[in-house]
Design a protein around this ligand. Structure first.
Ligand code: AMP
Ligand code: GLY
Length: 424
């Protein structure tokens, strides 16, 4: 069979890599793909201009099913377009994707269905928003309503910072790209974890736990990024915690969406905050897998991903099981010079490690240009390795990281540090 993966980052490279391993798969089309998928015969990169064009491609090539990586095509309704043409696709509809594309929708949904989350209020009037910040005090968190590629959240430790955050978001000023709605919510303290599941509208299949590192620099300093590295499993999610997240957050979400008439199918990513007393709150939902969490998760998945996604599209997720490598996996993101604010592109990648069974350099912001591989985005590679322990996976990954060469590269030296601190 032929499959299609929509997207071109490290997450999509890892999904395509896993799908291509299935004995049933002849080719994996990746739209648009990246320099890594361009140079490997298992994949075929395709350019496209619209959701309709992707559906045309799926129809013309006889694609057995499509998997959507990023949130933007989901929020623009790619799943609705495919389904209207009877094409098999795994992902939430535009309505269901509001769990990610509208913070206001997600918060109202969680409040309505009793899903634990920070207390919030939504504002369209800048004066009312300022008054609320004055009244609640700091620390406080301000979130732009729409998709903002990780840039729509200000975690303000002081009222002054919060006011500056409000100004920068230019509420109500849609003419200047400002947010038309803002969510202001209480600050939650604790440790963050990602919890990712597959859903088919009614049933849930949990994926291996993972944790990413959002800050640019070692010791969790510097600006927020899309994620500088991740590992799986995440020891912060103990078996008890795992059961509680399913019971308190994931299942009420799936049941609630179905009850509201917008059944959720696709990957669902809950961003959690786990506090010192064991309280769990949902910080956010993403309607997709995490990047870079996907890379270590795919390296540990032993079950054929084609079987799992087929079952999910058919509403049979209760009949399949995912088997995981007991080893740990850890991925280190190598970013371009200037990332995250102004990533430089066009640097020649002169050296890459050889991939093997235990260690793979998944590509993200890379492009093939005149037989050379050059950087083309902020996050360039995610070097991901397996090991008996998190420490062993870390060692293996960093050995390969040291073999990567391009001008201005940056990466963290401490991916996995939280897992190494937890004694088990
Ligand atoms: P979000 O896109 O909603 O996940 O927010 C991005 C990041 O902001 C999260 O990964 C957290 O690090 C932080 N954050 C979001 N909401 C809160 C909150 N209520 N309390 C503390 N930190 C938060
Ligand atoms: N790594 C965080 C995300 O994909 O949203």
């Amino acid at each position: 069979m032929k499959l299609l993966v929509i997207g071109g980052g490290g997450r999509e490279h890892a999904l395509a890599w896993k799908l291509a391993q299935s004995a049933r798969v002849k080719a994996v089309f990746v739209a648009p793909g990246n320099g890594g998928t361009a140079r490997d015969k298992r994949y075929r990169n395709v350019a496209f201009e619209s959701n309709e064009a992707l559906a045309d491609l799926a129809q013309n090539e006889g694609i057995a099913f499509t998997v959507v990586g990023p949130e933007v095509p989901l929020a623009s309704g790619v799943v609705d377009v495919f389904r209207a043409r009877g094409l098999r696709i795994f992902g939430p509809t535009q309505n269901a994707a509001q769990l990610e594309s509208s913070k206001d929708f997600a918060k109202a949904f969680m409040t309505r269905h009793g899903i634990p989350t920070a207390r919030h209020q939504t504002f369209t009037d800048p004066l009312a928003a300022r008054a609320y910040v004055q009244q609640r005090g700091a620390p406080i968190v301000i979130k732009a309503d729409g998709l903002a590629a990780g840039k729509g959240v200000v975690v303000a430790m002081t009222v002054e910072e919060a006011m500056a955050g409000l100004d920068s978001m230019q509420i109500g000023n849609s003419a200047s790209d400002g947010a038309t709605k803002l969510v202001i919510e209480d600050f939650l303290d604790g440790e963050e974890a990602s919890f990712i599941v597959m859903c088919d509208g009614a049933n849930v299949l949990t994926l291996a736990t993972s944790q990413d590192h959002k800050r640019l620099l070692d010791a969790d300093r510097g600006p927020n990024t899309g994620g500088m590295g991740a590992y799986s499993p995440a020891p912060v999610v103990t078996p008890t915690m795992h059961a509680r997240v399913l019971r308190e957050i994931i299942m009420p979400t799936i049941v609630g969406m179905a009850a509201d008439g917008i059944p959720y199918s696709g990957f669902l990513y809950a961003g959690l905050m786990i506090d010192g007393e064991g309280g769990i709150n949902a910080l956010e939902f993403n309607c997709r897998m995490g990047d870079p969490e996907t890379q270590p998760i795919m390296l540990r998945l032993k079950t054929d991903l084609v079987t799992l996604i087929d079952a999910a599209i058919d509403g049979r997720l209760d009949q399949v099981e995912a088997k995981w490598d007991r080893r740990a996996a850890l991925g280190v993101v190598i970013a371009a010079y200037g990332y995250p604010s102004h990533p430089r592109t066009g640097d020649a990648i002169t050296r890459l490690p050889d991939d093997d069974d235990d260690c793979i350099a998944f590509h993200a912001g890379t492009a093939a240009s005149n037989n050379r591989l050059v950087t083309s985005g902020g996050r360039v590679l995610c070097v991901t390795a397996l090991g008996e322990t998190v420490r062993a996976a870390q060692k293996r990954a960093y050995r390969a990281v040291d073999e990567v060469a391009f001008d201005g590269l940056q990466f963290r030296r401490d991916i996995g540090h939280r897992a190494l601190k937890i004694k088990r």
